[in-house]
Write a protein that binds this ligand. Sequence first.
Ligand SMILES: NC(=O)c1ccc[n+]([C@@H]2O[C@H](COP(=O)([O-])OP(=O)(O)OC[C@H]3O[C@@H](n4cnc5c(N)ncnc54)[C@H](OP(=O)(O)O)[C@@H]3O)[C@@H](O)[C@H]2O)c1
Length: 252
Amino acid sequence: MNDYSEKRVWITGAGKGIGRALSKLMVKEGWVVAATSRTKEDLLSLVNECPLDTVIPFPLDVSNHKKTISTVRAIEKKLGQIDLVILNAGTHTPVPATNFSVEKIRNLMEINFMGVVHGLSEVIPKFIKQKRGHIVVVASLAGYRGLPSASAYGASKAAIINMCEALRPELLEHNVRLSLINPGFVETPLTDKNNFEMPFIISAEEAAKRILAGIGSKKFEIAFPKRLVFPMTLLKFLPDSLFFAFTKKMLK
Ligand SMILES: NC(=O)c1ccc[n+]([C@@H]2O[C@H](COP(=O)([O-])OP(=O)(O)OC[C@H]3O[C@@H](n4cnc5c(N)ncnc54)[C@H](OP(=O)(O)O)[C@@H]3O)[C@@H](O)[C@H]2O)c1
């Protein structure tokens, strides 16, 4: 991880779960973290749990484009040039067919997908201009194929995966790296709400370690844990008849 002029990173969704664990890990590795989420108390407790001046809180709702622009400016004013950005903020709302809701889907897309788009719209032109930078986007293995009750969540993550695949070669032409993180189940406030079995679930600290190791590699996709990546990858190649036989079983 020595491609960066300074060890400064902007992490969205840093208040809880994966983003919080990653922030703490990166501080231990010598990084200064510009930490973003909506809940100020989460950011302040993160600041208090880390050494002085290693975490700088920037409260922000990533679904607000104008505020994202002003927040990125405020981060740069306070910390100077940022070479690494981790767009991790996201949430999950189940949307089953029996409760198909425009409002729920719009809200989820505004946070999970447009939240990433808003961040990208600020950093891509800067990174292209300075001819360096590394963008890391957190999607999910749930974006590989459509799974029951995840019509909104899966769609938001599939959109992110597709967008990152499209952008990666174009950005590389300008010496800008883009990495895609696809986690399986991770123990966080997000998954605490789930009332179904989550195979091969790992801790947020373990997820943070794998993300940081992945960021240091030259790989495009960082997917984990392997025990779940393998069957989820297989689903991509199953013929529809077998795939839908499998997802039908998930409904029971
Ligand atoms: N946990 C898993 O099993 C899992 C698996 C695959 C992918 N992921 C992805 O990993 C990322 C982190 O998930 P997590 O499990 O750590 O979730 P989490 O525990 O719910 O934490 C999400 C963080 O994002 C912030 N956030 C949510 N909406 C936001 C908004 N509109 N603007 C700014 N910040 C916002 C939350 O803070 P506020 O609510 O205070 O804003 C919180 O700090 C998400 O993109 C998620 O989809 C998670």
